[in-house]
Each structure stands twice: as structure tokens, then as C-alpha cells.
Design a protein around this ligand. Structure first.
Ligand code: FPP
Ligand code: MG
Length: 321
């Protein structure tokens, strides 16, 4: 777990979440234990469970319930990454070999299913039907976003609307649920839950837009994957859409998407997208979601948790990995 200041108000509770995740690997038969041990040996950044706990911190409540929810949120995220790596045939995740590359896609799909179902049992334990329903909808949105990405691969004629819908489904949906569920389970009034729901949505959109920018603006060390790999895999994202809008860029990018095997053409397209004006416009786009996320927090009671949620917005804007 990282010692970044925005985790501070919920650090103790994140330790409980971490223990629950680790405990999952125990008591199972050896093969499953091996798969789970491998999965939990490289923890993520815990941004989503931290959001659930911070969003729950405005009203006194039974904290065991929101810790269960936060654990469920992180488990769903982990399950979706295992499935994503299997679909993508990815070799590495968090710098380690993926389950599918070590044990094959069949074991990876089943391990993802197991973790995904485990997340659902924790969410059921909250006993809150509104949250359970929202969680189920999120799984539909995640899968729908992934299928949308698959259907649109190598298609240069994508609209901004379609891109935004896709990144909502793929990423912002779980951020939205992470924030809204924390608020609902703490017994927050509707206006507060709605503000935190909107915060999660805007933060999640900014998070994915920045992720898509880093694919062109980051380094291989920072992102853990080759620069321009989204484009090389046919995934059209915001910087590509912005570059295509600009004069003379459309042709090179379209040709690269038609001939992804031509590395020279691909490099030309990546260089066009790496243009300062394209990246600037992309960062401004992400910045607008950050502004909206900050404004969502304005009506909430001032507290260290509200400060942390604000800091998280700044972190998402400047993050490099
Ligand atoms: C990573 O995106 C992937 C996701 C955010 C979601 C993937 C969702 C699914 C595979 C559906 C899961 C369904 C169930 C039932 C658990 P990315 O490929 O942009 O990021 P990356 O570069 O980290 O791989
Ligand atoms: Mg992926």
C-alpha cells in the first residue's frame, strides 16, 4: 500500500481491506491457492477501495460494512484485470507474468470468475439492495465497455460520444460505484450520495483520459507498456481522436490503423499524436473532468476525507503511472 497523503484518513481501514484480500488465498485447494497467491502478491494502488472508504467517512456508521464493500470493489477490479489480460493475451501485469501467460487462458478465466464471484458475496453481505443492484449493473457496464472496445478495434471512424461511452463503461463506472456505494452504506442523505456518485464519475473519466494520454506521453518505465501500444493494438483513444481532427493528421493515422503491421507507418502516426498541441488539448479535456469532480465536493461537510478526495483529483491529473 502506498503512503500517499490522500490515503491518510482511511489508512487503518485499508489495512483491514488488505487483510481480507490476502485471507482469500487461504483455505482453498492448492491450485486455487496458487492462483490467488500469485494474484495478491502484487497489490495495486487501492484507489477504488480508498474512494469507497473516503466517501463513507462523512457519516458515522458500521465500518465493517463499508470495508466489505471496499474489498468487493477492489476484488471486482482485480477480476476484471485478469479477464482483460486474458482477452488481450497480455504477458505482464504490474511487472509480473499474468495468470493467463503462466497457467493458460482457461485457468485465468476461471480464476477471474472465482474472484469476481467472491466480490459479489462481499457486496451481498452489505445487505443493501440498492448497492447490490448498482454493483451488478457495473459488471454489465465493464463487460459492455470491453466488448465495445473489441468491436471498434482498428476503426478510425469513431465518434467522441462512442469513446466517452466506452471509457465510462470500462473505467468510470466502477469509480462511480466505488464512491456512491460508500456514501449510501454510510447512511448519507441522497444529495450527498448523488454528489459523491457524480464525483466518482468525473474522477473516473479523468483517470481513463489521463491513462489514454500516458500511452503517448509517458515512458515505457512509467506505464509498463510500449509507447503507442493502444494505437498499435487498434484502440482509438482521445489523443488519436484529437490528432485526427487536426489538418493533415487524419491520413497517417487512418493508414496506420489499416496497416498495423507496418511499424514505420505506426511510428509516424504515434509521432503525430505526440505533438504538443494534441497532448495539451487532451490534458485540457481531462482537466475539465477534474474541475467537475472538485465542484461535486463543494457541498460536502469540510473534513480530512473531503480534503483527501480533492487531493485525489490532483493526483489523477498529474499521475505518470
Ligand atoms: C483495463 O483496461 C480493463 C478494464 C478497466 C475493464 C475490463 C473488463 C472486463 C474484461 C470485463 C470483466 C468482467 C467480469 C465479469 C469480471 P485497459 O486495457 O485500458 O488497461 P491496461 O492497459 O491496464 O490493460
Ligand atoms: Mg488491457
Amino acid at each position: 500500500m502506498q503512503s500517499v497523503s490522500f490515503y491518510e484518513p482511511v489508512m487503518d481501514r485499508l489495512v483491514n481491506v488488505n487483510s481480507s484480500l490476502t485471507e482469500m488465498a487461504e483455505r482453498k485447494h492448492p491450485f486455487l491457492a496458487q492462483l490467488l497467491d500469485h494474484t495478491f502478491s502484487t497489490p495495486g494502488k487501492y484507489i477504488r477501495p480508498a474512494i469507497t472508504l473516503l466517501a463513507s467517512n462523512f457519516y458515522a456508521h458500521d465500518e465493517r460494512i463499508t470495508e466489505k464493500m471496499a474489498t468487493g470493489v477492489e476484488l471486482l477490479h482485480i477480476a476484471s484485470l485478469i479477464h482483460d489480460d486474458t482477452v488481450d493475451g497480455a504477458a505482464l501485469r504490474r511487472g509480473k507474468l499474468t495468470i493467463s501467460s503462466l497457467w493458460g487462458p482457461k485457468a485465468a478465466v476461471l480464476a477471474g470468475d472465482y474472484i469476481f464471484a467472491a466480490s459479489a458475496t462481499l457486496v451481498c453481505d452489505t445487505g443493501n439492495i440498492r448497492v447490490i443492484r448498482r454493483f451488478a449493473e457495473t459488471i454489465m457496464e465493464l463487460s459492455s465497455g470491453e466488448l465495445q472496445e473489441m468491436a471498434e478495434t482498428y476503426n478510425p471512424e469513431q465518434s467522441m460520444e462512442s469513446y466517452l461511452e466506452r471509457i465510462y463503461n470500462k473505467t468510470a463506472s466502477l469509480f462511480t460505484t466505488a464512491a456512491e456505494s460508500g456514501a449510501i452504506l454510510s447512511g448519507a442523505p441522497d444529495a450527498c450520495s448523488e454528489a459523491l456518485r457524480s464525483y466518482g464519475h468525473n474522477l473516473g473519466m479523468a483517470f481513463q483520459v489521463v491513462d489514454d494520454i500516458l500511452d503517448f506521453d509517458g515512458t515505457e518505465e512509467e506505464t509498463g507498456k510500449p509507447i503507442g501500444s493502444d494505437l498499435a493494438n487498434g484502440v482509438v483513444t482521445l489523443p488519436t481522436l484529437i490528432a485526427m481532427k487536426q489538418k493533415n493528421c487524419c491520413d497517417a493515422v487512418t493508414r496506420a490503423l489499416k496497416h498495423p503491421e507496418d511499424s514505420e507507418l505506426m511510428q509516424e502516426a504515434v509521432s503525430i499524436i505526440q505533438d504538443d498541441t494534441v497532448l495539451e488539448e487532451s490534458y485540457e479535456f481531462a482537466g475539465r473532468y477534474c474541475v467537475k469532480a472538485l465542484s461535486d465536493l463543494k457541498g460536502l461537510p469540510p473534513s480530512p476525507s473531503r480534503d483527501s478526495l480533492e487531493e485525489l483529483v490532483s493526483h489523477v491529473k498529474v499521475r505518470r503511472s
